[in-house]
Design a protein around this ligand. Sequence first.
Ligand code: UD1
Ligand code: MG
Length: 458
Amino acid sequence: MTSPATPPRSLTAIVLAAGKGTRMRSDLPKVLHRIAGRTMLGHVLAAVQAAGAGRIAVVAEPGREDVAAEIAREAPGAQVFPQAERLGTAHAVLAARAVLETPDDDVVIAFGDTPLISAETFLRLRAPLADGAAVAVLAFESPVPTGYGRVLTEGSRVLAIREEKDASPAERAVTLCNAGLMALSGQHALKLLSRIGNDNAAGEYYLPDAVALAVAEGLTITVVPVDEAEAQGVNDRVQLSIAEAAIQARLRRSAMLGGATLVAPETVFLSHDTILGRDVVVEPHVVFGPGVRVADGCTVRAFAHLTDTVLEARVRIGPFVRLRGHAVLETGAELGNFVELKNAHMGPGAKAAHLTYLGDAEIGAKANIGAGTITCNYDGVLKHRTNIGAGAFIGSNSALVAPVTVGEGAYVASGSVITDDVPADAMAVARGRQAVKPGWAKLKRAALLAEKALRGGR
Ligand code: UD1
Ligand code: MG
């Protein structure tokens, strides 16, 4: 007999994001600072969604349009609850009381300034609830526990979490630390949280007090271990840089395990959404900003800077290229050193080997763009497009004054300033005609040397 499939447990995530972040010394709210191109809040929202949160409540400082807009972008459908006064973590969670009144099976509490917690850790944190725990506490052992709430235990039983300020000397000696995040069964969450008081050294409503209240009710509490590094919060820009390094390390590792070679991984900077295909080779000192996809077999040579760019299969670029503003290179296209593309599309096998700016441009298949070619796309007010047909050949040091079209298979002679369309298979030359004067240089030199002799050789 087969047992009926158990329906998946529903999950609400409550993300606390009301922190002012004074120590960031910033005009931006702390949770909107970016790591690998994504806000801290965005990282947290992505992780709780990946852990199965179907309903998300974010507790934020009232009236922050920028925070609300970021929530709408990263977790459409999430509800925002204002916390006007910061009276503690339990008070913050209760700002989202409305979601606890119609509870899901599981509730996880996340912090908007603790961006390294992975989806996998959120899954581990909620897992004990399915086995009947009322509260699961995320915790780590730290040789230097100063500042953290301590998880007090007796044998394998959890008794309470004591904040540093309220701890006795014996309790301060405990090295099992509360990471702050917690999972609660939806059935018990509101009842436990509503009973939390503020009779403590800080006069705050402490979320961790839910543990002692659950113990008094005879409910089960489970400790879920986490690495101290993963549980780190961000309070200043030094900690922001530490979090950046941790996320970069993860992104590099997953790119390499996915089949990309990073020759010097510690010099390659990735964004949260960078996609590198199989057998991609990335040389040292490359920066991938947001919105980059690199297909299989591409080579990105040293000192490239890419944002909002698509490289199709077997494209080769660099060294020293800058691609931005929606650059698309189709299969087998090539860019050499000192080439910049902005909002430009290169067809299959098209090439620009040296010193070129292609902006607002369409370049056909197998077209060859000579060294020093510039699309003059901006007239000081408006941007205009340049179209270069398949198989066209643009001679070195040409300026293409947009809007302009060079037809398929056409030639543009070196040094031309092209202001009118060039028909397919035509040749356009737009520069002064060369004049040659036989013997001129020899006569000139003789005259100058005679002059010098008259002046006594000086
Ligand atoms: C908290 C835990 C502590 C744990 C530590 C781990 C409490 C009382 N203590 O302390 O046991 O060891 O995390 O880092 O929970 N927030 C609000 N509104 C408030 C208060 C806080 O939104 O009124 C947010 C903060 O912005 C932050 C999070 O809640 O994202 C945690 O608050 P924080 O002040 O950093 O708590 P800790 O003192 O670090
Ligand atoms: Mg903190």
